[in-house]
Design a protein around this ligand. Sequence first.
Ligand SMILES: [Zn+2]
Length: 357
Amino acid sequence: MANPLTSDVLVDPVVLTRALVDIESVSLDEKVIADCVEEVLRQAPHLSVDRHQNTVMARTGLGREQRVVLAGHLDTVPLNDNFPSTVVDDLIYGCGTADMKSGVALALHLAATLPDPRYDLTFLFYEAEEIESRFNGLNLVAKHRPEWLAADFAVLLEPTYGVVEAGCQGTMRAVVRTRGRRAHTARAWRGVNAIHAAGAVLRRLEDYRARTVTIDGCTYREGLSAVRISGGVAGNVVPDVCSVEVNLRFAPDRTPEQALAHLHEVFDGLDLEVTDSAPGALPGLDAAPARDFLAAVGAEPAAKLGWTDVSRFAALGIPALNYGPGDPQLAHAPDEHVEIGKIRDGAATLHRWLAAY
Ligand SMILES: [Zn+2]
């Protein structure tokens, strides 16, 4: 197959978005798109290029004082009768248009057309973001090529509909267990009912007042929710155990350790076991490239409420934020689309920020 990412495609981020969408790249099937991206990057004399599996890295080496990462994932969720792309008025429809080939198009367009940026730039086009994190290209880079991630600031071009979304909340899942003693329900007084005891867990959840925290102008709303409950043995048995699974979404001013301490406080006296957790990320908007970026966007940042790969950068001490043309509400939807105007705005903003050398 001839590479569809020709030089006249690369100069127009809208045409480039369509070309990227029309290269099928469902998670774990990114070889073709990674080959195409690698090939065009290798043609740019100002970039040095490297690859790990289906993750492609390209960077400038201009000796600037600061380095910025622009990153996007190449994979999409499975097709849903939305391939290849179509255009209706000023909307491009198709799998991955919002999440996140329009964002990838902005990064690739800049990589190919901006030989003299204001900061040194590292571009990361990575595989397998939409599936389990053991496949995630950024995760693998952090493990096997950590030097690729050296930077002062990072922008992930995930869909935010042109808004800057900074930091992200952490998440922790835990199981709160109540115990009792089995008995025949005909002689219920001989047992202790663990499901009844779980009422204490539910009451604490009902009474819980979640915090709202503002950091660097971004407001994070925490939440503590029961997400599953299980217990019971048979229709005539007093149950001896009941489990309530809870999910705490915590603002990035808490570490996972502090979040755990908080859960122990909320469920004081009850048996609690953590099953899964991921740290949040502080917005980190005081770094100089971040301040310049916000000035180029010209709008206030908002808090990211979901967990994103931004926190992989935060874990390495690199402030990072999300900024992309797609609408996050349309990600993974069958009618996924992106507005052509948002792609043009995004390209203009990134040029304003990075071309001013
Ligand atoms: Zn995405």
